[in-house]
Structures are given as C-alpha cells and as structure tokens.
Write a protein that binds this ligand. Structure first.
Ligand code: LLP
Length: 439
C-alpha cells in the first residue's frame, strides 16, 4: 500500500513529499505517516467484509496510535474505535468521533472512567471482570441508562506468532475464564441485570499474527461455548462476535503478513461454518486491528550524530532519538529496517548498528544493518514505526516527544507538535523547604 519512492536527488519520498525536506522543516526525530497507505488498508478491510456480505464493525485499536488527526481519519472512513482509557476516550471525543461507535476496553476500568464513558454515551463496553460488571451495573443504575456489553473471554488459544498454545485454564490478566465457570457466571449476572445488554463475546489471542489458523481456532473455541450457552440460557441471543486484533504487519523482510482480505475471509468463513454447525445465525462480526491499519504507514526520521567505530568489533551510529520514541526494540527485541534517506543511490557498503541517545546500553534501535557509509547530518529513516511508537513514547532523560506529520498527495501537514523544553516543565512545581534547620 505504501507510496514510498526515490526522487531524482536520491531522497526518499513518501506521499510525494521529500522526507529530507520534512526533516529540515520540522526537525527530527519526526514521525511521518503515509495517509494513503492507511486509507487503502481501511478500504481493504471494509471491502473484504462487504464481499462476504456479513454485518461487521472494524474497530481501530487506538492504543496503536492516538491523536486527534488519526481519529478524524478513522471517522471519515467509517471505522469504529477501541479505547482502553479515559485519555483515549477523551481524545476520540475531542476529535469528534461518534461515541456510539466507541468500544471501551480494559482490565481495570476506573470508576471515574466508567462514569465518563457512560455519560459520554459510548456504544459498547467490553467487560473484562466481575468487579467491572458490578461497577458498571451500579453506575448505569445511578444514571438510569442501559449499555450494550460484550464479555471478554479467554478462549484458551494464545498466538505466539507462528505457534498456537492451547491452554486449559488460561493464565491471563484479561477476561473471563471458561473452564472454571467464570464466563457462565458473568453471563448469568449480565442477563439478570436490566441495565446490561449482553450482545456477545470478545476474544483477543495476541499480536503480530501471520496466519489464519489462530483466528480459526479462537472462533471454534468460542462457538463451542456459545452452543452450550445458547442451550443453557433461554434469554440469551448472540448478536456480536468480536475476534479482536493482532493482524501482522511487515517490520522486516522476514515478516510475511496476509492481506486484510485473507484474514477477514478466513474469520468470516470460520464463523459461518461453526455457527452453521450449531444451527444458529451468523452474528455481526467485529475485529480490532491496530498495527495493521497504521503500523507500516509510519516512518521515523532521525538525524545521524556520533559514530563510534571499534575496529573489528562494531560501528555504532547514533541518532537523535531512540527508546524515547520507539521503545519496542528495548522492550520486545523488535526488529526494524532502515535506509539513509538522503543516500538512496549509494551502495550499502557497511554494516553498522543504530544506537539511540538515551543513557542505557539497551537503547539500540537496530543491530547489524547494511547501510551506505554515513556522515553526521545524514537522515535515517526507520520503517514501520506507525504503531506503538508515538503511543508508547516517553520523556526518559527529559527528551521531548517528537512531532507527527501526515503526508499525502505531495502535501505535508503537522498533526502533532514536537514537545518543547517548556512542555517538559509544564507539570513541575517548585519545592518549598519545610524545615527550619539553622545549623
Ligand atoms: N484488541 C485488543 C483487545 C488488544 O489488546 C490489542 C492489542 C489490539 C486489539 C490491537 O492489536 P494489534 O492489531 O495492534 O496487534 N505495545 C505492543 C503490543 C501490545 C498490544 C496490546 N493489545 C507492541 O508494541 O507490539
């Protein structure tokens, strides 16, 4: 889907915009988003569902990247939205996102967050545990409102990228367990409440999933229980089945994700088959892609600074960001690919390692990558940083969070300003000594 090209100067262009010029105009580090790439992905997911002729919702998991501009884009393309905190909800509402298309997730929704979501009129709660079930019921009662809910279930399938682990009693902080009877009890409580409207179930089996298999296994596991629940609870009808997110993307050449269409048709087919087998109608199918919508669209630009060459050992090339704008390599040993944005016509004649500027040996962005020989001031472009880069950015070492630029059709738009030193001090208050020590 990407619009990356190389121009006559040998510079990377994204969305028809020379990124070296972007780096001069907005400074680095800078997150650059290829808007066309995001649009095509949204359309691909939608077209796949439309082709299947089922009812569906595609809820963008905004934890992957949340700011007003991206939420506006999701709204424009008819996405629903998954939020997991008051802050994500606040951002979505500020962006003008329709509350009824917002799904509220999370394993420890705070009383004030629940109150805020209820009063804002969010469309659905994905209820995670008994504490929440009771609290939500109470808050709805006090506000004299009802709420559609899904119960989050641990289906006993966990994706480890290429492996699926089937666990009997799922050991997870999320959701209601099936085997211990927790899920049954949650259903009974929901059905007994006049404020909770149980629409169906949710499962999420993991992230960076590269085949259909995990989703099919999760659907099978869920529908097995749905059959049982349908027999057991006369006043229960399944309206929604949410199979979560986790659709893989390409971080490096080794990653081979499926197309949105492949994931969707496998899921729909599995739901059709399984529901058909138990003689029940196909419910509305919901998915929650995060990185699959925004991950590959993002590129981070850095300026290269110090270079440390240890003969016969390693050449460290340092950039002006690091674990503050992309914590994934330090946190998950995540791998990335990069280019020198202003030397696209030069041969990759050196193997170097890309270091961040934080005071941590672990702040390495990429180990052993072949690049052209670099100089101070060159621009490094690290690809596929659009998900969980900005959203997990932090101010370690009091480094300012970078800005975000959207590019499209030869135009660039700043959508998040880079933080300033003043921003770093915004919440700080001066200490006043309370002691009278005179000695
Ligand atoms: N739905 C639920 C219930 C989730 O927990 C998640 C991710 C998603 C959807 C979206 O997953 P995606 O499609 O983006 O893979 N910070 C980590 C990943 C943690 C994801 C947590 N939940 C990372 O940088 O990879």
């Amino acid at each position: 889907f990407s619009t990356h090209t190389v121009n006559e100067k040998g510079h990377i262009q994204i969305g028809g915009v020379d990124v070296v010029e972007l780096s001069r105009e907005y400074g680095t580090p800078l997150y650059v988003y290829d808007v066309e790439d995001i649009k095509q992905r949204m359309v691909a997911f939608k077209e796949a569902f439309d082709a299947e002729g089922v009812s569906y919702q595609i809820a963008y998991a905004s934890k992957a990247f949340s700011c007003i501009a991206i939420i506006q884009l999701m709204k424009e393309y008819g996405m629903s939205l998954d939020v997991v905190s008051g802050g994500e909800l606040y951002t979505a509402l500020h962006a003008g996102f329709p509350p009824e298309q917002i799904h509220f997730h999370g394993n420890n929704k705070l009383p004030e967050e629940i109150e805020f979501a209820v009063k804002s009129g969010v469309g659905c709660f994905v209820v995670d545990n008994f504490y929440e079930l009771d609290l939500l019921n109470e808050i709805l009662k006090n506000n004299n409102r009802t709420m559609d809910i899904l119960l989050r279930i641990t289906p006993g399938v966990e994706a480890h990228t290429h492996d699926y682990i089937s666990t009997g009693q799922e050991d997870s902080k999320f959701g209601f367990d099936i085997n211990s009877g927790q899920a049954d009890l949650a259903i009974e409580k929901s059905l007994a409440s006049q404020y909770l409207q149980l629409q169906g179930f949710h499962s999420h089996i993991g992230s960076q999933i590269f085949e259909e298999e995990g989703f099919i296994l999760a659907v099978e596991a869920m529908v097995r229980e749905i059959k049982r629940w349908n027999d057991k609870y006369a006043n229960f009808t399944l309206n929604v089945l949410n199979v979560g997110g986790g659709f893989g993307i390409r971080y490096t050449q080794d990653d081979a994700p499926l197309s949105p269409g492949r994931y969707v048709s496998a899921i729909v087919q599995a739901v059709r088959e399984q529901m058909g087998a138990i003689g029940l109608p196909v419910p509305e199918i919901w998915i929650e892609p995060g990185r699959a919508l925004v991950g590959e669209a993002g590129t981070t630009l850095y300026t290269i600074g110090s270079v440390k060459d240890i003969p016969n050992v390693r050449k460290y090339v340092s950039v002006d960001g690091g674990m503050t704008d992309n914590i994934r390599p330090a946190l998950y040993e995540a791998e990335y690919e990069a280019d020198v944005a202003n030397r696209m016509n030069d041969a990759r004649n050196e193997t170097v390692s890309i270091a961040g500027k934080c005071c941590e040996s672990g702040d390495m962005l990429i180990w052993d990558i072949a690049l052209p020989s670099v100089q101070q001031g060159d621009i490094l472009a690290v690809y596929s940083t659009g998900a969980y880069g900005y959203s997990m950015a932090n101010n370690y070492n009091r480094i300012e969070r970078p800005g975000v630029v959207f590019v499209e059709n030869g135009q660039a738009q700043l959508v998040v300003k880079r933080e300033t030193y003043e921003d770093l001090l915004k919440q700080d208050l001066r200490y006043q000594s309370q002691s009278n020590c005179t000695s």
